[in-house]
Write a protein that binds this ligand. Sequence first.
Ligand SMILES: Cc1ncc(COP(=O)(O)O)c(C=O)c1O
Length: 318
Amino acid sequence: MTVDLPLIQEAYQRIGPVVHKTPMLHTQQLSQMTDCDLTLKAENLQITGSFKIRGALNKVAWAAQSSPAGVVTGSSGNHGQAVAWAARHFHLQAYIVVPTTASAAKIEAAQSYGARVEQYGTTSRDRLERAQTVAQELSMTFVAPYDDPLVIAGQGTAGLEILEQRPDVQVVLVPIGGGGLISGIATAIKSLRPDIRVIGVEPLGAPKAFQSRRQHRLVVLPETDTIADGLKSLALGDLTYPIIERRVDDLVTVDDDEIRHAMELLLSRQKILAEPSGAATLAYALRRPEQLRGRKVAAVISGGNMDLPSLCRIIGMA
Ligand SMILES: Cc1ncc(COP(=O)(O)O)c(C=O)c1O
């Protein structure tokens, strides 16, 4: 199965009637602060609070045809919630492996959708391996968080919406964890409008795409350290790495203080609650880089799942 425009268009036909077409919010205040014409793609307002439902629903729809035992995944939280929601939508059992460090809000949300949640290990590799073992033991379908054509195609539907909602966009900023979201969005956008620049944003403490491009190989980081838990993966995937190399124009990093500042501005000026991973793209724009100046920019605010104590701690209100 190849990740291409038809696969993303098929995904949109399948999931479009179920997911929200999230708003593209134009912001004058933040446009002034970033020296560009800025629109926010508000995936924090998506079902389950992040874009992850797009890919999960597309994959679980496929699994529902052949996998009555249910679906299993390993996720830092948002993908787990999304798989849990999608499984319930298709009347399947979901089994979610989350790290021992996952926030209470993310665990409770998955449980509230009827999923069985297991806390295991701390790295993405730990929980993905555990989830694959569970998949074999219980004959469930494994739903990868990013390295799966159907998941990537589902995430790409956000790219189709950006083009439809803001056809005059010139630059699209997308956060990178394992690279599923940007692989899908970049495939959609570059297939239809190769003139639009797609820029990937990573935390300085988890620069796997940035390092991979510099070293011309798929780099596996020994460790990662950032408040952006959704962007913490140690490496891109075997599928996402070549797509990013081919389709993404530039890769940049932002530090945790820049992310905190962006979260604070989104909340105080725009009344938008973004989690750290969701605020990374604005963090980059706030640096007023030359490549954004005066241009029409869409920043993907990829998620907003955050419990209040963590929010207060992160933006220094506690
Ligand atoms: C809110 C949020 N943004 C971005 C990402 C990164 O997505 P991907 O792993 O597809 O690059 C994640 C992944 O969990 C996330 O939860």
